[in-house]
Design a protein around this ligand. Sequence first.
Ligand code: FAD
Ligand code: SIN
Length: 519
Amino acid sequence: MKSLTDFDVLELPSETYDAVVVGSGAAGLMCGIVLKEIGLEVCLLTKGKREESSTNLAQGGIAVALPKEDSPDIHFNDTVRAGAGLVKPKMARILVEEGVKRVIDLIKMGARFETDERGLLKFTREAAHSVARIIYYKDKTGEEVERALLSSYKGKLVEKAQVKELLAEGNRCYGVVASVDGKLKLFYAPVVAIATGGAAGLYLKNTNPPTSTGDGIGIALRYGATLQDLEFVQFHPTAFCDNSECFLISEAVRGEGAILIDKHGRRFMGDYHHLWELAPRDVVTRAIESQRRITGGEIYLDFRPIEKRGIDIEERFPTIVKKLREKGIDPKREPVPVTPVAHYYIGGIKVDTFGRTSIDGLFAVGEASCTGVHGANRLASNSLLECLVFGNRVAYGMYRDWRYLRLDFKELRLTGKSIPLRIESSFSLEDVKRVMWENVGIVRSAESLTRAIDKLSEIAASSSRWEVRNGALLGLAIAVSAMRREESRGGHYRQDFPYEREEFRKHSEFSITDLERLL
Ligand code: FAD
Ligand code: SIN
């Protein structure tokens, strides 16, 4: 299983760089900035407009051990505790320790964060953090991070360039095939980084931008890279959804004092966890689902306790308040109906501490990668930090490998031949999203996963559209991984195995050979 696109390198236009980075979110940009500083000729390809990314939508902030009552050790312990037994300690140490330096770099690049009257950083709290350690800029931290990183990136950047295939032979990657403004083009480089973000956009209800369809993870899967922990998807407890869209209501809203109530106006989170609304994300998500079932009604987020603390929600959360008012809801006066939706992809392309994948010359970084830093459940606001820390490290990893991987890759005669379809169908990406949401969602079971595996195999084997086939293959890999993990842990909840099981306290790995019998 490799290409979903027909191509012949001799027939296509090409460009050659020292390094290619795919994706212009925090991870790709940070990596690109450092590669350029090191002196490599780098080309950054991005699917839509340059700022279109999950990064740009981030609300809550960045977790960093900078407050005086905090330390990297305390941040490390919180990260490990939230990760439900699967955080890789070495990776988490790197995250919390290098995170402090990378946030300072980001501020030097011009990113603004809220400060007090003395000009010192302000910190807010989010779920499962034992200290208020989240730096933020109103409720649009991501926009600010994206702006600062984009203005610091000095390499080449190509918009509307969707990467679809790798130029790869044996276990070696030599570049990528992208559709640029609808035409195929080759981008050769001895080192390539996939920074295409996560896959929560493969779910019908999600907080992500339309670009988050797991493209890079699906591509890496097809070309034989080892993937890790695919079954772990993080569902955010509080999104507002209507018939046209879902959007996030930041955890920082609860961090500032908002409470969850049921249809009777009862604050219920104490029935589920001693940290109430600030329990780990997976706990709050399932508590909302359970309380909705018990009461047979909506769950609401009440912002009014925040105002009782003297905080003006219009000033603190301008984007959220504006958006809710556009929907006819005034959070100053009334509780807001909320629902859990897919938010963050914990699994991804397995990488080492410098972002190396199992394919030589291929790196991965950010939400597309799986460093193991989040274990089975990510601690809020650790993701942007991961992008900054590993974006920087991956650039150094690429530089090191570039020095010996420079070979005459232009001599290669690579071709791609789209895998034949069993039959041709008219399935759309919506079909994939519906199957994922209904069967591989917050609560899973062998029965629902079997349905998903059957349907996604059919879609993957019969759709000629790249997006649908790539998405269905990744969805299938997620469903199979979820089937294999016969326990509940972190973001993965199995109705038929509702508890953690010691024999499953290990990372799962997945590669294309695991799918062969299904296709
Ligand atoms: P992204 O920022 O998603 O960037 C991926 C890039 O790859 C995009 O430019 C995209 O266009 C491009 N791309 C995708 N496919 C292709 C392709 N085939 N070819 C070329 N380019 C491609 N985390 C926090 O730490 N704090 C927060 O407050 C926070 N709030 C969040 C709020 C929302 C609404 C969302 C959705 C996420 C939030 N997160 C937060 C998570 C965090 O924003 C993301 O995990 C992080 O930004 C991912 O960065 P990234 O660079 O890996 O991917
Ligand atoms: C949020 O603001 O709730 C999102 C934070 C995150 O996903 O880390």
